[in-house]
Each structure stands twice: as structure tokens, then as C-alpha cells.
Design a protein around this ligand. Structure first.
Ligand code: FES
Length: 115
């Protein structure tokens, strides 16, 4: 059901592993906020697809299990620093049950496309 909770992790800019409880159906940006994960500048546009500060790097095997990003997400990703082939925007990834145990790396540098 949509109330299901799974466990996932963020790796922050210091390489620290941050465990998070993630509600299925919410975005990874919501998860970071709900878990009080303190990532400076993360999610600056509050999920309106206009900043790229919610940039996350996925493991290849996980990336491949997600639907490809929309054109709008790709356009915004182009503005992110440290882009990787498996980069996504956290506000555009909706938690699914299969993500239990997944790890999301927060890149070192942030670019706020609005500035
Ligand atoms: Fe701004 Fe995701 S929070 S693009």
C-alpha cells in the first residue's frame, strides 16, 4: 500500500551514511526533509524542477530500474555540477518498494540553477 515504509540511505558530502525511512509514494526530497537530513542547499526550489540542488547519484543497477528522466529533468540535470551517467534529481524520484536498501550519493558540489 502507499503507506509502506522502506529503508534507504544517503551518503552525504562528508561520506557519512545517513539512514532514512522512506514512505512509498513520496519523493526523495520529501524523504530527506521527513528524516531531517541536513544537506546544505539541498532541494532549494522545493521540488519545482528549477534548481538542480537535489542532485543525487545512483548506483548503476538501481538507476537502470527506474523510468528514464523526463526532458524537463534532463534539462535541469544539465545544469548540475558533477553530473554522472547515473545522476538524477531527488525531487523527481518517487519512492517504490523495490528501493529498499538503495543508496543515494549526494555530490560534493551544488549548483542552484536559479542563481
Ligand atoms: Fe529543485 Fe529538485 S528540488 S530541482
Amino acid at each position: 500500500s502507499s503507506n509502506k515504509i522502506i529503508n534507504l540511505k544517503f551518503i552525504d558530502r562528508n561520506g557519512e551514511e545517513l539512514k532514512a525511512k522512506a514512505k512509498v509514494g513520496t519523493s526523495l526530497l520529501d524523504v530527506a526533509i521527513d528524516n531531517n537530513i541536513d544537506l546544505e542547499g539541498f532541494g532549494a526550489c522545493e521540488g519545482t524542477l528549477s534548481c538542480s540542488t537535489c542532485h543525487l547519484i545512483l548506483k548503476k543497477e538501481n538507476y537502470d530500474q527506474l523510468k528514464p528522466p523526463s526532458d524537463e529533468e534532463n534539462d535541469m540535470l544539465d545544469l548540475a555540477y558533477g553530473l554522472e551517467p547515473t545522476s538524477r534529481l531527488g525531487c523527481q524520484i518517487i519512492v517504490e518498494e523495490k528501493m529498499d536498501g538503495w543508496v543515494f550519493v549526494v555530490p560534493n558540489e551544488v549548483a542552484d540553477a536559479r542563481s
